[in-house]
Design a binder for this molecule. Sequence first.
Ligand SMILES: NC(=O)c1ccc[n+]([C@@H]2O[C@H](COP(=O)([O-])OP(=O)(O)OC[C@H]3O[C@@H](n4cnc5c(N)ncnc54)[C@H](OP(=O)(O)O)[C@@H]3O)[C@@H](O)[C@H]2O)c1
Length: 242
Amino acid sequence: MGLTGSRAVVTGASSGIGAATARALAGAGCELVLLGRDEQRLAEVAAATGGRAEPADLTAPDGLAAAVEHARGADLLVHSAGVGWAGPVTAMPPGTAEAMIALNLTAPVLLSTAALDGMRRRGGGHLVFVASIAAVGVRDEEVYAGTKAGVRAFAASLRCAAGPVRVSTVLPGAVRTPFFDTRGRYERGFPRLVEPEAVARAVLRAVRRGRREVFVPGWLGAAARVGGALPGTFERLSQRFG
Ligand SMILES: NC(=O)c1ccc[n+]([C@@H]2O[C@H](COP(=O)([O-])OP(=O)(O)OC[C@H]3O[C@@H](n4cnc5c(N)ncnc54)[C@H](OP(=O)(O)O)[C@@H]3O)[C@@H](O)[C@H]2O)c1
């Protein structure tokens, strides 16, 4: 898909991967609509990219409804908003799972559905889902992993419908962003933390080349294939190395 002059809507644009993606898309000539909650950080990204800041809480009915309207006009829709939670699933505070599912899964499903309508009518468009390598299953991140696996399967299912709309899923490992301020510190030795700009480059690559799935770093794709082909081995490796 050609990016110059296209209208891109980015969720989670106030921080981390979403902000880096917004900067990269602005550099490629996109007109941006930037969604997030933090008005000050969103305004900073808007100033840097020439985009329009549209503050919205995607877990609140009015914020979600406003975001759905923005999605309807998108040529490119990048879903980056997301939160995580790590720890024993039985110790998860009440409401955490519901909020995570609402933001990580329900919002991308509803926004994509609205965007698809407009894209099909205009004869083209591209949906990009920022999932996670957690989609293959991760100890102590069961609900987060479930939302990311859900998004990955949703995207794969959308790809099954013939049509003018492309669908890409980007699956990062660990990325140096404020994500871990809410999720809890990243303490694993690998995968090593990558910069959010590397994920932003992967998003642009996915759009320009029409890629189905892009792992960041690329070798994580092999880990995902082991998980799919040898689930027993994958579980033993997960138990051994976390
Ligand atoms: N960092 C990693 O290691 C990593 C790895 C794999 C996948 N991912 C995925 O990458 C995506 C981006 O994460 P990140 O690393 O860039 O984290 P981040 O810097 O914490 O950014 C998260 C974004 O989500 C937005 N957000 C959070 N709650 C929201 C809500 N209720 N309504 C609307 N927006 C909300 C935040 O907006 P405000 O700050 O304005 O509230 C922020 O813009 C997420 O989907 C995450 O699951 C991250």
